[in-house]
Write a protein that binds this ligand. Structure first.
Ligand code: HEM
Ligand SMILES: [Cu+2]
Length: 553
């Protein structure tokens, strides 16, 4: 990164210290401060993670033995549908939005998001959509999985399916409103001294994710509205008994839902790009390559959806196109991974909890990426389609790529958000249990899939029993692993060691204000005096003391 010239005169701004301190009750109101909203998103999505995780544990308990004996088959389908839906739409996507809300204005030196009220609205829509979805437990559970393919979804119960559709429409709208805010804020509200190439990589990845949300989500909304008409008004867009085409639904659904994996992972790619340089005290390797690769991933992500439909009667020539396009995504992703490895290579690595989770993120995500290239290959996919190999792949990508990344980000930015440090010993225990539990749960599923165990089943052939026991033990370890995190987070929030403003000696702007930041973030307009990743470059003093100011106000 190059040094940025300091403008000769900076307009004076009144100080904001006079404003009142934050009250805990603020978190239960329609508050438009992006920091409150960020924490609201993070806490709410974590609660949904616990609910989705409890369902996963129940699913694995059913699958511990071959017969279907723990819950009724209908309830099993309901749990499966809700587990997938909650994990994706109420945990990973909103957790990314929470990080973005908290960090973007701080990282670019802005006072708030571009549209603060819309921002608050987007958050509260998550609560409404989530509550609506959970109400299905008391009314009727949706039965047709998180993909809700017709014709099954048109015959498996109007109430449950209707709840599922409307809750997803609310969550999708929330996501669009959030993305609008991220994109406009990043483009319009950077401090004058921050050019697009002085922007932290997290902002680049949110720009890419935001554009993807704005392109893909309306198509999902279209599919859901048409599905609602078929379900409730007797039209036949997708209903084959009336002449509709169910495959059109699959196209529309995956046009959103394939990019959705990048919507989930891009924010965490960004977070990892922030965390690695700080905790290895080295500049990021290949800033522009990592920034552009986010944009390329987001474009390619939009043109590969039909790899989910290799077995839905897709003609061979079209399969070739989608196979090659899918495999090409491995290139920009590989650029990121090699950039990260080159960043930590030879660095002064601090193996704290944030860094452990970041390294766990890379390790597990790479495994999911490799199985991704395998199933992108048409002949292999035809063999493992709808088996546990796919379940293993989804979870390596989404657990490895999302959950590890979210935890890494929470440990890294917790001191900024609360002004206190988290306990490292408990953090390491949390990491160890999560890493072992995750691999024990999902690694055997690769073999189960190759042996031919179907996904989405409550009972199976007894020859699969041993491997399933391993998966179930792993899932119990995962359930237990959240306990040290919850205890640590709550305890540290109130009683943890005070963190100071910049405990990691980081260079990005969010660390150059108080922890937690004042209501309008900075006193005056911050001015950049160093690039975001200039560790060990022209500021030796920074390495020595945490209080060296790197910006003036
Ligand atoms: C907490 C640990 C987790 C466990 C033990 C777990 C376990 C499972 C199991 C057993 C299934 C059923 C597979 C089947 O029978 O078809 C499943 C499905 C699914 N899981 Fe998880 N899961 C976990 C976390 C997650 C996370 C974090 C995500 C996403 C962010 C996720 C996303 C999904 C999705 C989308 C499906 C549906 C797959 C399908 O449609 O076949 N899971 N999970
Ligand atoms: Cu896909």
């Amino acid at each position: 990164m190059t040094q940025v010239d300091i403008p000769a005169s900076v307009p004076a701004q009144p100080a904001h210290h006079a404003e009142a301190e934050r009250k805990w009750t603020d978190f239960f109101t329609f508050n438009s401060d992006h920091k409150v909203i960020g924490i609201q998103y993070l806490v709410t999505s974590f609660v949904f993670y616990l609910i989705g995780g409890a369902l996963a544990t129940a699913i694995r308990t059913e699958l511990a033995t071959p017969p279907s004996d723990f819950v009724s088959p209908d309830f099993y389908n309901g749990m499966l549908t809700l587990h997938g839906t909650i994990m994706i739409f109420l945990w990973v996507v909103p957790a990314g939005a929470g990080l973005a809300n908290y960090l973007i204005p701080l990282m670019i030196g802005a006072k708030d998001m571009a549209f603060p009220k819309i921002n608050a609205l987007a958050f509260w829509m998550i609560v409404v959509g989530g509550a609506l979805l959970l109400s299905s437990f008391w009314l009727e559970t949706p039965q047709s999985g998180w993909t809700s393919y017709p014709p099954l979804s048109l015959v498996s119960g109007k109430v449950g399916e209707g709840i599922w559709i409307f809750s997803l429409l609310i969550l999708g709208t929330s996501s669009i409103l959030g993305a609008l805010n991220f994109v406009v804020t990043i483009i319009k509200m950077r401090v004058p001294s921050m050019g697009i190439y002085q922007m932290p990589l997290f902002c680049w990845s949110m720009l890419a994710a935001g554009l993807l949300i704005l392109t893909g989500t309306p198509v999902l909304a279209g599919a859901l509205i048409l599905l609602a008409f078929d379900l409730l008004a007797g039209t036949a867009f997708f209903n084959p008994t009336g002449g509709g085409d169910p495959v059109v639904y699959q196209h529309m659904f995956w046009f959103y839902s394939h990019p959705a994996v990048y919507i989930m992972i891009l924010p965490l790619f960004g977070a990892i790009s922030e965390i690695l340089p700080v905790h290895s005290r080295k500049p990021i390797f290949g800033y522009r390559a990592i920034a552009y690769s986010s944009m390329i991933i987001s474009f390619l992500g939009l043109i590969v959806w039909a790899h989910h439909m290799f077995t839905s009667g897709t003609p061979a020539w079209l399969r070739m196109f989608f196979m090659i396009a899918t495999m090409i995504i491995a290139v920009p992703t590989g650029i990121k991974v090699f950039g990260w490895l080159a960043t930590i290579w030879g660095g002064k690595i601090q193996l704290n909890s944030a860094m452990l989770f970041a390294l766990g993120f890379i390790a597990t995500f790479v495994i999911g990426g490799i199985t991704g290239v395998m199933i992108a290959s048409v002949p292999f996919d035809i063999h493992v389609h709808d088996t546990y190999f796919i379940v293993a792949h989804i979870h390596y990508v989404l657990f490895g790529g999302s959950v590890f990344g979210i935890y890494a980000a929470l440990y890294h930015w917790f001191p900024k958000m609360t002004g206190r440090m988290m306990n490292e010993t408990w953090g390491r225990i949390h990491f160890g249990l999560t890493f072992v539990g995750m691999n024990l749960t999902f690694m055997p599923m690769h073999e189960l899939g190759l042996l031919g165990m179907n996904r989405r089943v409550a009972m199976y052939d007894p020859r699969f029993a041993d491997l399933n026991v391993l998966c179930t033990i792993g899932s119990y370890i995962l359930a237990v692993s959240t306990v040290p995190f919850i205890v640590n987070a709550l305890w540290s929030w109130f009683k943890g060691k005070p963190a100071g403003d910049n405990p990691w000696n980081a260079l990005t702007l969010e660390w150059q204000t108080t922890s937690p930041p004042a209501i309008e973030n900075f006193e005056g307009i911050p001015v950049l005096t160093t690039g975001p990743y200039d560790y060990g470059k022209n500021n030796e003093a920074l390495e020595a003391s945490s209080d060296t100011p790197v910006l003036s106000s």
